[in-house]
Every structure is written in structure tokens, then in C-alpha cells.
Design a binder for this molecule. Sequence first.
Ligand code: DON
Length: 303
Amino acid sequence: MSPLPDILSQLNDDMRRDDDWGAVASYIPELAHIDPAQFGIAVTTADGEVFTAGDAETPFSVQSITKVFTLAIALGRSGDQLWRRVGREPSGKAFNSIVQLEQENGRPRNPFINAGAIVTTDEILTGRLPREALAEILQFIRAAAGDENIHINDVVARSEKSHGHRNFALAHFLASCGNLNNTPNKTLGTYFHHCAIEMSARQLAMSGRFLIETTKLPRLIRPPRIRRLNALMLTCGHYDGSGDFAYRVGLPAKSGVGGGILAIVPGVASVAVWSPGLNRYGNSKKGTEAMASLARDMGWSIF
Ligand code: DON
């Protein structure tokens, strides 16, 4: 018998034992009133098995985790041309930092910080309407998860848009450097909406299967690109906490300010964990702890 169900159940108990859950993101008003004392985890294996524990069926705002999907789509659309507009280096700065963008002349360090994800969204949007771009993003995620019941929460998108001054600052700065093809309003409208996609931990783990790299599952993108997405998740997926996450967990992963983390065990599994309270880097506090514990117990590390 696989030890996974027992390990997940034990992990769920452990995570609920101490009540230091971290603080939920408050700069998106709609997310500010979510109860931080929630925890869910789901693992889907390359063999097609799914194991869950805790609040694994509760939908949450996946936020920046969608940046993995938008990067996959933008690379599919534009190939290596995309790298003219955005870099591939860790930023060492907060996800919404402004200062580096000016120092580096409007070319964001990587596609996972906000400025970089605004650029990949803009790339997907070029020549299309926002609703067409959003339909493609949703279609990709639903196909990856094998689940049509994945939607955008419009209230969350509007809540972020009406308070998104930092992202507007980033988008206007990108535009001033000639690195935005659409208006800031149009690009950010699309960006806020894809960030507001909701999934449960189970759905998120399922949607991450395309990054496992296995012949046992249907392929959405080719293996060289899967490896590159994983490389970027490892080096940039947790912003200025990426080094710490790689040290503690040793797996490529992407976090979101809604408290979700999608981690990939290459060739083996896709793991989604959710707990809405965040640590000082804006990444899920218990989610990071749970990933470190799971990786240790399962012997999962790319190193
Ligand atoms: O643009 C923002 O600030 C949010 N829509 C997404 C940020 C986010 O998820 C950062 N992740 N930890």
C-alpha cells in the first residue's frame, strides 16, 4: 500500500496543531476576509492516482499560480521571441516590486513577478480581445485538469482592479518603455481576471500534471519546454523566497497570494497545497511547511 494517504492525513493533523497560520493577503479586499485557518493538500501521481487530505475540495483564488499557465501559452504562441520582452533570472525582490523595472529599462527579470506576468499576458492578448485571451487561458487550464468546472471569480477580479495601483504603475512603466502592446487597462483587465481563477487543491494538482513529464499522461506541451518551465518555477516561483523554498523543499513550485502552491515532482507527481495565511514573502505559510514535510517524508527532491 502506498504510504501517501497516511502521510497526507498525518500532515493535515500536524498543520492544524499549532495556530500560527500567517496573515491573509489584504491588498485584494475580496481576499482579506478569508479565514486563514484552512489547510488542504492533493497529490496526483504519474500513474493517475489522486490522494487528498484536509480542505482539498474548497475552491480558492489561485492568483499567481496562473502565471505558469500563461507562460506556457505565451511560449507556445511566440516561442523564444518572448525572451526579448522578459528575462529568466530570479529577481530577489518582492513579487510586486517596482524599483528593478526602472533599473532594467522596463524588461522584467522573469515571467513570474507581476511585471513579467503582465508582459506574458500582454503577449497572449496581442491581436485578440480580452475575452478571447481569457477563454484560451481557461481552456488550457481545464484541459490540463481534465475538469470543465473551473471558473473566474469576477468579484475578486474587480476587487483587485479597483485597488490595483501598483500593477497599474508597473503596466504604465512598461508602456513608457515600449514593452506593452495593449493599453494598461486592457492588459491588466485580462491579468486580474486570470489571477482570479478559482480551483480546489484537487483541481490544481490535476492541472499541474502536464508539468510532470511522463509518457503515462496526455501531453499538452513538449518535454524540453516542460523542463524549462520547471527550471523557472524552481528559480523564480517563490519570488524573493525562491532560494529558501528550493533549500527547504527542493522541488519546482509556484505560489499564489491566495495561499496556494503548485509543486512538481518530475516524473512522479503534481502536488497542490492550500492554506491562505502567508509568510513574509507573500507565500503560503503552512503550505510551505507542509511541502517541506511532504518532500522529506516521501524522499522527493530534484537534488
Ligand atoms: O497581481 C497581483 O498582485 C496578484 N494578482 C497576484 C500576486 C500573487 O499571487 C503573488 N504570489 N504570491
